[in-house]
Design a protein around this ligand. Structure first.
Ligand SMILES: Nc1ncnc2c1ncn2[C@@H]1O[C@H](COP(=O)(O)OP(=O)(O)OP(=O)(O)O)[C@@H](O)[C@H]1O
Ligand SMILES: [Mg+2]
Length: 252
């Protein structure tokens, strides 16, 4: 069984940054376990952060196969959908990418929800780790097409409002009845070692364990500005180093 790790949090807090660095970290581990990155944000940019171009999205395939009138001879619609879904994984020698895309209005996934769940579960079984970069609105998570989550990482900025919002995100996910084994808070863009102490009370109220802090690091902004994959950041930079130390402490 793969380990499912979901990254969630308020908009712009650093989910994609954390998820991309986690994919790189896991893919570089000596255990040789393979990694599937899932972009579950309709504004899909996980691929860019990872230096991989999506081959198309689940949403596109579902829409396209819904409209296909003439199926290949001897193929059921379900078989056709499964075949088209199976072509969506973009592979690299270190990790693979699957992009969910934009669900078009409520109900877009309703018909094949079971099928999609079965497909994702069968696909995930080929990997050691599945890392899911979620959108702030948790659209895909709320459709429950994903598996149980082994480790939930909630990313926040170093503010009381941010931490409260992280608490709400966690609450929403708990209420979805998706089983979450372990949840952690990551405080990103910390400006000083004192940030955690100042936020102590707020953090306690969320019931989340603190995985650690990531410092503000101009290199990350710069890479994003230029569109350079985050997987190419030097491993000795302050933010990447902090993330790698933080990941090493998690039960992964
Ligand atoms: N530790 C950091 N130091 C400096 N800049 C950072 C840091 N973490 C994230 N950023 C910058 O903050 C912005 C948002 O980061 P990111 O895209 O990872 O957030 P997100 O939570 O995935 O956003 P969204 O909700 O839009 O998907 C980016 O421009 C990124 O470069
Ligand atoms: Mg993002």
């Amino acid at each position: 069984m793969p380990k499912y790790i979901a990254v969630a949090g308020k908009g712009g807090t650093g989910k994609t940054t954390v998820a991309a660095n986690l994919v790189r970290y896991l893919a570089g581990r000596e255990d040789g376990r393979s990694v599937l990155a899932i972009d579950a944000d309709p504004n899909s940019n996980f691929g860019e952060a990872l230096g991989l171009a999506p081959r198309g999205t689940i949403a596109d395939v579902l829409e396209e196969t819904k409209q296909t009138k003439e199926l290949p001879a001897g193929m059921t619609r379900q078989g056709w959908i499964q075949y088209r879904l199976s072509q969506l994984v973009e592979e690299s020698d270190r990790f693979d990418l699957l992009t969910m895309g934009t669900p078009e209005g409520p109900g877009c996934y309703c018909y094949p929800n079971d099928l999609l769940r079965g497909h994702l579960s069968a696909l995930g079984a080929n990997y050691g780790y599945v890392v899911i970069d979620n959108e702030a609105g948790l659209e895909h998570l709320s459709r429950r097409v994903e598996q149980e989550i082994d480790v939930l990482l909630v990313v926040t900025d170093p503010t009381a409002r941010g931490v409260r919002s992280a608490g709400r995100v966690t609450e929403i996910i708990r209420n979805l009845k998706t089983k979450v084994s372990d949840s952690y808070l990551i405080v990103n863009r910390a400006t000083s070692g004192g940030d955690l102490a100042a936020l102590d009370g707020e953090i306690e109220r969320t019931g989340l364990k603190v995985a650690g802090t990531i410092p503000e690091d101009p290199a990350i902004r710069e890479y994003d500005l230029r569109g350079t994959p985050l997987t190419e950041l030097p491993v000795d930079g302050p933010a990447v180093r902090a993330m790698r130390e933080l990941f090493a402490r998690l039960p992964l």
